[in-house]
Design a protein around this ligand. Structure first.
Ligand SMILES: [Zn+2]
Length: 96
């Protein structure tokens, strides 16, 4: 973490307010500037077969200036206002 964070869309140093759901996921891409792609795996119950099926979904999340993550990291996300066409989540930090 760096001290001087000038990102206005940082939930800690900026004025971005977060609300709603919080979840964790795995970083699958950090190529874009200040954006990460996070993949989530979850189980869905299928009544017909009385079993669970694994599902995956990808989310785009805003990565504040003061944080750096690598592919494979588990991160905590929090819902926020729509930041771009596909971004309405922000990275809160790494999950240990
Ligand atoms: Zn910050």
């Amino acid at each position: 973490m760096t001290e001087n964070c000038s990102d206005p869309r940082c939930p800690i140093h900026g004025n971005l307010s977060t609300y709603g759901l919080e979840l964790t996921g795995k970083v699958v891409s950090n190529k874009a500037k200040r954006t990460v792609v996070v993949e989530r795996e979850y189980l869905i119950y299928v009544p017909k077969y009385e079993r669970y099926t694994k599902n995956r979904s990808k989310l785009h999340a805003h990565l504040p200036e003061c944080m750096s993550v690598d592919v494979g990291d588990i991160v905590r996300l929090k819902q926020c206002r729509r930041l771009s066409k596909t971004k309405h989540w922000v990275v809160l930090g790494k999950e240990e």
